[in-house]
Design a protein around this ligand. Structure first.
Ligand SMILES: Cc1ncc(C[n+]2csc(CCOP(=O)(O)OP(=O)(O)O)c2C)c(N)n1
Length: 247
């Protein structure tokens, strides 16, 4: 097993103290270590934002590109060297706003890449504008009277586009998240993991406490081979929010 320290640099992060991006990174390096992937066997690509700023924190091959372009960078890296394990990291703004069509195409084409989305339902690095996953009515800097459109469900989009691996994690459940990451990396095809991530600085509604009261894990008997059941399950949202591998 490769030591977890081998996957991280000594660079300082730009994240706020207590940001759950730290937990996402912890879950990912744990997955790398348990899969015994060597740092030189991994290529990670990033776009712009708090999530994207983790580029300098991983001691693997890395590329920090334009906002919304994580997926084409990942596809390019994989096509250039298919021996690499290719992981893309993006925020919900980049992945589901600027980059949404790239995601749909990658799901349809089933490229062997893993896309991890830090979904804080906001454009956080630009200090909290509404993103495509902000729910109707959410008041933000850019929507002082509330978002006047329907929030996207990215898992539903990925499932309908034919993605072969669709999961949701919660940033602070590191062990569970790490298990999802391991299975996604081992999956031979496109995988999307939407990671719910409370923005502790800007989001006063979807807080850690809010998520902790609602999150529950799918049980071991969940039928991961049934796309139609997954399509229904990923829409459960409210008092209870399921996490795990839906499909
Ligand atoms: C090439 C480029 N495009 C856009 C921006 C402006 N910008 C910086 S951060 C950001 C928002 C990122 O939001 P999201 O993708 O949700 O990631 P988060 O910060 O929430 O992790 C934007 C639009 C930029 N600095 N550079």
């Amino acid at each position: 097993m490769t030591k977890q320290n081998n996957y991280i640099t000594s660079n300082k992060s730009s994240w706020c103290p207590g940001c759950s991006n730290f937990s996402i990174r912890a879950a990912l390096i744990r997955a790398f270590s348990e899969l015994n992937l060597k740092p030189h066997e991994i290529s990670m690509v990033f776009d712009i934002g708090c999530a994207g700023n983790s580029c300098v924190l991983y001691n693997v091959y890395g590329f920090h590109g334009l906002h919304g372009r994580t997926v084409p960078l990942a596809v390019g890296a994989k096509l250039a060297n298919n021996k690499l394990t290719v992981i893309g990291i993006a925020g919900d703004g980049g992945a589901y706003g600027e980059g949404l069509n790239h995601l749909v195409e990658a799901a349809r084409s089933d490229y062997n890449i893993t896309l991890i989305v830090s979904n804080n339902k906001l454009y956080s690095l630009t200090t909290g504008q509404a993103s495509p996953t902000s729910e109707r009515g959410t008041k933000t800097k850019s929507t002082p009277e509330g978002v006047n459109k329907t929030g996207l469900n990215p898992l539903l989009i990925a499932l309908s586009a034919g993605a072969g691996f669709v999961a949701r994690g919660y940033a602070d459940e590191v062990e569970h998240l790490s298990g999802i990451f391991k299975k996604a990396i081992n999956h031979k095809g496109f995988s999307l993991i939407d990671v719910l991530q409370p923005c502790i600085t800007l989001d006063k509604k979807n807080t850690r406490e809010w998520y902790q009261q609602r999150i529950y894990q799918l049980d071991d008997k969940w039928p991961v081979e049934d796309r139609n059941k997954a399509i229904i399950k990923v829409q459960e949202w409210g008092d209870k929010i399921p996490i795990g591998i839906f499909f």
